[in-house]
Design a protein around this ligand. Structure first.
Ligand SMILES: Nc1ncnc2c1ncn2[C@@H]1O[C@H](COP(=O)(O)OP(=O)(O)OP(=O)(O)O)[C@@H](O)[C@H]1O
Ligand SMILES: [Mg+2]
Length: 456
């Protein structure tokens, strides 16, 4: 279990020792003898509470408190004073001390105030975390220039405004399904309650039920003696995100269906039903209609989930988002790596717009991260992108080799290049056969190959 961390700041050796002994029973306590040491310690260690003597050698307690607040540390502070100096106490309280204690300390009072202060810290930390998460789902942190993404965001907003509506999000891997699920949650009236996610593809068939609904004490061998809450219950009043829903075993689908219909469930081994209030959002990268046709997904469950469907188009079909994504991630990774990239050269832009982005937004994010980390300069150049060519070129020439017309035009050199690499891939590197496939002579193929290699 988590032990709260408390820092004791006092220069009185006797008091240091007795406070340490009392607090160490329940908490993780540390002692320092001066304000300077305290600040050093706090800069390096996550701390929940500081017991701060007002009269210290060097920097006094009030100054230390001021520094702690100036640095925005989410820690509660209890002041300690040897005599009730009303003025100093008032000053400290105004500066955000949680409470104060008068020496000699009354142990019972100490324990009560420490408990309360720790609760206060926890609240502060939760508020800070929530603010951070809320900010992340502010409009300026979500890229949506393309018509497809705008539509998805509008729909997400509408769903957010309704309290209960179930949503189904479909899209290839990395298209932003989880982002959209969180947009719905954090823009809804449930935003201050938990967003709980469960990856249906990652839990074994036998454990799905207890993961979702929890279990009673001693429900099965190997279960925790005190029982365990299921995700449905943990998500009460919040949102339950069922990721990779198509991977859910048929037996679990039946149970989920029953839960969706009644919002009630039996924990494994329980005789009494529990009721919760959650919004369900499911996501899948396999279209569920297809799974249904294949008999892998129940029709009735599909209709229960498909109340509001958001389809996230693959990135290659929302080209208006590509450059905004690059700029957005450049900003993020510039900050992370202390670089100064500002944009994209015209040739690099053409390439980026025509690339297939099988990994969608995740791939573009990783691409930008890699470039900002490894390259120098102010612009992404075409040669920074050469690592993207081989595998993707093969894909470009795949079953639908039709060139894509984009705002940036068709890159014939790229198309030729991708066909050559695809042919080589298909023939396991045999140049004569690859040339035959392409309808060109072997020397022509070799010539082109050498040319592409010397360029990249
Ligand atoms: N519109 C967007 N604005 C900003 N960042 C985005 C956007 N869409 C996706 N991302 C970022 O792209 C990455 C992939 O997104 P996310 O995890 O939501 O995809 P996913 O569809 O759930 O993928 P998977 O199917 O693989 O689970 C994340 O780092 C996410 O922050
Ligand atoms: Mg996901």
């Amino acid at each position: 279990m988590y032990r709260h961390r408390i820092l004791i700041v006092d220069d009185d050796k006797l008091l240091q020792k007795s406070l340490f002994n009392i607090l160490s029973e329940k908490y993780d306590a540390t002692v320092v003898g001066s304000g300077e040491e305290a600040l050093q310690y706090l800069a390096r260690n996550n701390t929940d509470l500081v017991l701060l003597d007002i009269k210290l050698p060097g920097m006094d307690g009030v100054e230390v408190l001021k520094k702690i607040r100036d640095q925005g540390l989410e820690v509660s502070v209890i002041m300690m004073t040897a005599f009730e100096d009303v003025k100093t106490v008032i000053t400290s309280m105004k500066m955000g001390a949680f409470d104060y204690l008068v020496k000699p300390l009354d142990i019972e009072e100490l324990e009560v105030i420490v408990e309360k202060a720790l609760e206060n810290t926890q609240l502060r930390q939760e508020v800070k975390e929530l603010r951070k998460q809320l900010a992340e789902f502010d409009l300026e942190n979500i890229i949506g220039n393309s018509a497809g993404m705008k539509q998805a965001l509008q729909l997400a907003d509408k769903i957010a405004r309704s309290y209960d509506t179930t949503a189904l999000i479909e899209g290839e891997t990395g298209t932003g399904k989880e982002v959209i699920a969180k947009v719905i949650h954090y823009r809804s009236a449930r935003s201050r309650k938990p967003f709980i996610s469960i990856n249906c593809g990652a839990i074994s068939k036998d454990l799905v039920e207890s993961e979702l609904f929890g279990y009673e004490k001693g429900a099965f061998t190997g279960s925790l003696p005190q029982g365990k809450k299921g995700k449905c219950e943990i998500a009460d009043q919040g949102t339950l995100f069922l990721d990779e829903i198509s991977e859910l075993a048929l037996s679990a689908q039946v149970k989920l269906l029953r839960f969706l219909e009644e919002r009630e469930f039996y924990p494994v081994g329980a005789t009494e039903k529990k009721k919760v209030d959650v919004r369900i959002i499911a996501a899948t990268n396999k279209p569920l209609e297809r799974c249904m046709r294949d008999g892998a997904f129940r029709e009735d469950l599909y209709y229960r989930l498909n109340v509001a469907k958001i389809i996230l188009p693959p990135l290659r079909e929302r080209q208006a988002d590509i450059i905004p994504f690059v700029d957005f991630f450049l900003g993020k990774f510039n900050e992370k790596f202390g670089k100064n990239f500002r944009g994209v050269s015209p040739e690099a832009e053409r390439f980026l717009l025509n690339y297939r982005w099988e990994g969608n937004v995740r791939e573009i994010k990783n691409t930008v991260e890699r470039i900002v980390l490894l390259e120098e300069g102010e612009r992404i150049e075409r040669n920074h992108l050469s690592f993207l060519v081989p595998a993707q070129a093969a894909e470009n020439a795949g079953s639908d080799a039709a060139p894509r017309l984009t705002a940036g035009g068709v890159d014939l050199v790229e198309i030729n290049k991708s066909l050559v690499f695809k042919a080589l891939e298909m023939t396991g590197g045999n140049k004569a056969e690859a040339a035959k496939l392409l309808g060109i002579s072997r020397p022509t193929l070799v010539y082109r190959l050498n040319k592409y290699r010397s360029e990249s």
